[in-house]
Design a protein around this ligand. Structure first.
Ligand code: NDP
Length: 322
């Protein structure tokens, strides 16, 4: 079968299409024919060396497809089932073997491409909005990169919870998307200082929670916008890993809280994984959550997909199609 293989850490050019052995499932694993793999920013951290990996490896944690084989006891799964996943390394491939308890069922009425598109970023938006900082009516949040994969979904969920959303984006076209997702105040931080813009709109320190997946370029400045005892959620490094923080800055800015969460601790059990996925599929199926697929790349063009994501050229979800 064909798969993308990364032989060593590097730029997008290290993503090479190769002919490899078909997956050999171990007991408890399910072999899936991949219909679509999801591109996520973490794929670039793993490819580039920010997150250490064992080489060679096939990237991609997320996807959806159809079961074509099972080995041993795999619970409810059988050949022909439509499934999706968010934490199975090796998804940039025609097939992969996945431990059965990492799969969720894709309901009828939800396409496999939409399922692949909503799993990782959707469950991230879900835990950020419901668990890391449970948004309620009247909460005021700032969402960076709001036209991105996580951003568009988190903006919609925040509005669903009744929050006021300040959103940052890097272009006018992205501003339209954030507005379409329901953001109340959209700031193009490529053109203006986002902190000054927030203060101009709402006064000093109006934000209860900053959701920051951008990292180095925004994190420190965002602290100055938080209300007393507000929460900084540093959940990503799209512009690079943030500089080390002086703990006393949390005190000086009003007894702030800071957390650095990762999805994998919020879908740590099969029950939690299924519960979050089931909420998302219900909202998607019921037209309560719009999943924007902003780009599709053939498997052999995975490097171009990475270039686009790292070059801030993408919006919403990008899929890689084997
Ligand atoms: P996005 O689709 O949001 O793409 C990243 C966006 O970040 C870009 O489109 C761009 O939007 C913005 N950005 C700002 N500065 C830069 C820069 N220097 N280089 C590249 N992009 C920049 O990606 P994802 O939705 O996949 O991920 C968003 C963030 O969330 C990432 O940091 C990711 O690691 C993190 N994440 C964390 C998870 C967790 O559980 N901790 C799980 C999933 C994602 P603009 O042009 O509008 O600025």
């Amino acid at each position: 079968m064909r798969a993308i293989v990364v032989g060593d850490a590097g730029g997008p050019e290290v993503l090479r299409l190769e002919e490899v052995e078909d997956p050999e499932p171990s007991p408890g694993e399910v072999v899936v024919e991949v219909a679509a793999a999801g591109l996520n920013f973490i794929d670039t951290y793993q490819r580039g060396g920010l997150y250490p990996m064992q080489f060679p490896f096939t990237p991609g944690l997320e996807g959806a497809g159809v079961v074509v084989g099972v080995e041993g006891d795999v619970g409810e799964w059988s050949v022909g089932d439509r499934v999706a996943w968010s934490s199975a390394l090796g998804s940039y491939a025609e097939q992969l073997a996945i431990p059965f308890d990492k799969l969720v069922k894709v309901p009828e009425g939800v396409g496999l491409d939409i399922a692949a598109a909503v799993m990782l970023q959707g469950m991230t938006a879900h835990y950020l909005a419901f668990d890391t900082f449970p948004l309620v009516s009247g909460s005021v949040c700032l969402i960076h990169a709001a036209a991105g994969g996580v951003g568009l979904l988190l903006t919609q969920l925040a509005k669903k919870m009744g929050a006021t959303v300040f959103a940052t984006v890097g272009s006018a076209a992205k501003a339209d998307l954030a507005t379409g997702a329901g953001a109340d105040h959209v700031i193009n931080y490529s053109e203006v200082d986002f902190a000054e813009a927030v203060v101009e709109i709402a006064g000093e320190r109006p934000i209860d929670v900053v959701y920051d997946g951008v990292g180095r370029a925004t994190l420190i400045k965002g602290l100055g916008l938080l209300t007393t005892r507000g929460l900084m959620v540093a959940f990503g490094n799209a512009s690079g890993a943030p500089e080390p923080l002086d703990l006393l800055d949390l005190m000086r800015n009003g007894s702030l809280y800071l957390t650095r969460p990762t999805l994998f601790d919020f879908v740590a059990t099969p029950e939690e994984l299924r519960s979050r996925a089931s909420d998302l599929f219900a909202w998607v199926g019921g037209d309560q959550l719009n999943v924007r697929i902003g780009g599709r790349y053939d498997l052999q063009d995975a490097a171009d997909a990475h270039r686009a994501l790292e070059g801030r050229q993408t919006t919403g979800k990008v899929l890689i199609i084997p």
